[in-house]
Design a protein around this ligand. Structure first.
Ligand SMILES: [Fe+2]
Ligand SMILES: [Zn+2]
Length: 359
């Protein structure tokens, strides 16, 4: 079933090229011959398989998985002194993939990265994001370039303060990456340009907050991990979106944090067949951690400085502002981002071997 010979693996697509179930059930190896580049096995149906050493070692010793593992660096407010960043020209270099590798690796480690010295145009921003992966279309559109008005019914399109949240909690697969580029911020007519206009941006490391909750209040962590909640997007005519099923606030995979889903305004009804008081108590504690000074990374978005962050991990928000802000940005799907991160940071054969034996 895992023969790597040129006949059994489609050499263009690397897909399996035969019918597994046409192989005789009582197949057995007749001859096993080690060679320089791998091992040949002659089977009882007279097929001769070849397995390269590199493929065997990646597959059998399960080292590829560790090699591709991501070292998450959890952070709090102090990240403000040296937030991760890369230069636009390095990311867009046509001669070296190093900048793109650096960008995607930093987003994997920290859940965010700034792209500095970017051209202050939507066109360049869109090109930058497309180097990571295709832009994801939603009912709000694809790549956006807007000045807030309520043409699209969502509080993101106002100038109100927004508490830390993740986007698109109401999708079965929430947006993977999210990007913001502030192109301009002009003061209202009655105010001088040098007066503070507000609109500070906020990021919170949801994984750091979840680990804090797990440490300080393990019972509350378990409640937010176990209780599945409904989420919805209902503000636009003709659109009523909800995920395929209810999802908890904190998702884990083998004990590790996997995804944070938190927008209290988009949350549906807490299920009444559970201990409702216990859920609200856990959510209150979670809210306190998210809003603590130690968690909050406040900064000002600036033209030429694109922010890209992992919407499965990092929550975002902002303070209220005056005047008109022109912001462009987009969503990128998770799988496309992870693919770009792997392909720019690891050898292709290791990536494929790892993908083929994901557990
Ligand atoms: Fe948002
Ligand atoms: Zn074969």
């Amino acid at each position: 079933d895992n023969c790597r010979c040129a006949q059994c693996v489609n050499q263009d697509t690397l897909q399996r090229n035969f019918d597994t179930f046409a192989i005789p059930k009582d197949l057995s190896p007749q001859e096993i011959s080690p060679k320089n580049d791998g091992v040949d096995v002659l089977w009882s149906d007279s097929h001769k398989s070849h397995y390269p050493w590199s493929w065997l070692s990646l597959t059998l010793r399960d080292i590829s998985h560790k090699k591709l593992a991501n070292q998450e660096k959890l952070w709090g407010a102090t990240i403000a002194s040296a937030p991760p960043e890369v230069r636009f020209d390095d990311v867009m270099s046509s001669t070296s993939p190093k900048g793109l590798a650096d960008l995607t690796s930093k987003i994997r480690q920290y859940g965010l990265c700034f792209v500095t010295d970017s051209p202050k145009t939507p066109e360049a921003t869109e090109k930058l994001l497309e180097t990571i992966g295709p832009i994801r279309n939603t009912h709000y559109g694809g790549f956006y370039d807007f000045i807030p008005d309520l043409a699209l019914a969502d509080t993101a399109y106002t100038n109100l303060a927004l508490p830390a949240h993740t986007d698109t909690t109401y999708f079965t697969e929430p947006a993977g990456l999210q990007a913001f580029h502030l192109l301009s911020h002009t003061p209202p007519a009655n105010k001088p340009a040098d007066e503070v206009l507000g609109g500070q941006s906020l990021l919170v490391d949801g994984f750091h907050a979840a680990e804090t909750l797990r440490k300080e209040s393990p019972g509350d962590f378990e409640i937010l991990r176990k209780v599945k909640l409904p989420w919805h997007a209902s503000g636009n005519q003709g659109v009523a979106i909800a995920p395929d099923m209810a999802y908890p606030v904190i998702e884990t995979n083998g004990g590790n944090l996997h995804r944070i889903r938190w927008n209290n305004d988009d949350r549906g009804v807490v299920p009444t067949d559970i201990d409702v008081d216990a859920w609200y108590q856990a959510a209150r504690k979670w809210d306190e951690i998210l809003k603590s000074k130690e968690s909050e990374f406040w900064f000002q978005l600036e033209p030429g400085r694109v922010l890209i962050f992992d919407n499965w991990r990092v929550l975002h928000g902002r303070s209220a502002f005056e005047g008109l802000r022109r912001i462009c940005g987009a969503y990128i799907s998770r799988d496309d981002f992870i693919s770009r991160w792997k392909m720019t940071n690891f050898p292709r054969e290791d990536v494929i071997a790892s993908n083929m034996q994901l557990r």
